[in-house]
Design a protein around this ligand. Structure first.
Ligand code: GZL
Length: 338
């Protein structure tokens, strides 16, 4: 009996001896507990999110690649995607964002078709406590608390790259006449690519933009507007600067139908570096394309997960980019991912 009593006291004593050793809030060091902890940790970081994605539309090769990159990244990370194709219409995007708010999604990814007119709906998302992540294009809104971050290219720099390449290529040529196919009126890439290109040309009086009109980032419209440029100024055009490759490719068709040689009679500059541009350059019909990388879906998902896990996110995250010329095209074409 005495022995039993001593053993009993010892058992109680060991817990006490363990003292703070195994109190509830101390991390247990056994494997099972570590696994449990990591499971718990795993559950927190890989929590399934519902992400609403309001995309501009499906107007270009670039857009198609960007949509795929974003959709794959969201689903590969195990999250649920609610996707809306805005068909390049602001009203469709506003409707989509309101629908995401009503469905109480965890985050909204938004690529605004134009820079203005979204303040009210972004305030509604903020009031609903839903973080908005700007993708590809930004908005011209004073109150930057309406979005977490803007992940996308520096379009002004893309315009500068195009201008600097042209000056390098034709710098000493007198009286260079340029026609410009602008992107969607009011969109960040159209505004900024024009700004960057003109900033460079302003230092060189031998370059002049004689015609500039929107082709809305599409091949069809790019061809149509280039046909009009050729009718009015055909033999007086030395260079085409197109704000994206799709419009440049449409314009190339118009130039050939007019009877001129693209990339020889008229220098062709595009932006995006899509596969179609590499094919045109490899065929000797386009001179250069400035890269605008659409494949940032995984980067965007990482930013969303980090933010929702409580991490600090920079207000602006730029995408790294290059530019490619005709002589590089044939070799690089097989490596292009979009
Ligand atoms: C640029 C993107 C532009 C592309 C076009 O990031 O917003 O929109 O340059 C696309 O091809 O239509």
């Amino acid at each position: 009996m005495i022995l039993m009593f001593i053993l009993f006291l010892g058992a109680c004593g060991s817990d006490d001896a363990g003292g703070g050793g195994t109190t509830v809030d101390e991390p247990d060091t056994t494997d099972e507990a570590t696994t449990d902890n990591s499971d718990e940790a795993e559950a927190t970081t890989s929590e399934k999110l519902v992400i609403g994605f309001s995309q501009v539309g499906a107007e270009s090769e670039w857009r198609t690649a960007n949509t795929k990159s974003m959709q794959d990244a969201i689903t590969d990370a195990g999250h649920e995607l609610k996707f809306s194709d805005g068909q390049q219409k602001q009203e469709n995007q506003i409707k989509a964002i309101r629908s995401f708010i009503a469905q109480k999604v965890d985050a909204i990814v938004f690529s605004p078709v134009v820079e203005t007119g979204f303040e009210t709906v972004l305030q509604e998302a903020k009031d609903a406590g839903i973080p908005v992540f700007l993708s590809d294009r930004s908005v011209d809104i004073e109150d930057d608390s309406l979005w977490v971050t803007f992940l996308g290219s520096d379009f002004v720099e893309e315009g500068r790259k195009a201008g600097n390449w042209l000056v390098e290529e034709l710098g000493d040529q007198e009286d260079v006449k340029i026609v410009e196919l602008q992107g969607t009126v009011g969109s960040a890439p159209a505004i900024d690519r024009k700004e960057g290109f003109e900033e460079v040309l302003s230092e060189h009086s031998n370059f002049e933009i004689i015609k500039s009109q929107t082709g809305d980032f599409t091949r069809a419209k790019g061809k149509e507007v280039m046909e009009a440029f050729l009718r009015s100024d055909g033999d007086n055009i030395d260079v085409l600067y197109a704000h994206n490759d799709d419009m440049a490719i449409g314009a190339i068709q118009a130039i050939e139908e007019y009877g001129l040689k693209p990339a020889e009679d008229i220098v062709i500059i595009g932006v995006d570096a899509v596969k179609g541009a590499f094919e045109a350059m490899a065929a000797g019909k386009m001179n250069v394309t400035v890269e605008c990388n659409p494949l940032f879906g995984p980067q965007m998902v990482g930013l969303i997960e980090d933010y929702l896990a409580g991490e600090e996110i920079p207000k602006r995250v730029a995408v790294e980019e290059s530019m490619y010329t005709m002589d590089q095209a044939a070799e690089l074409l097989p490596t292009r991912q979009y």
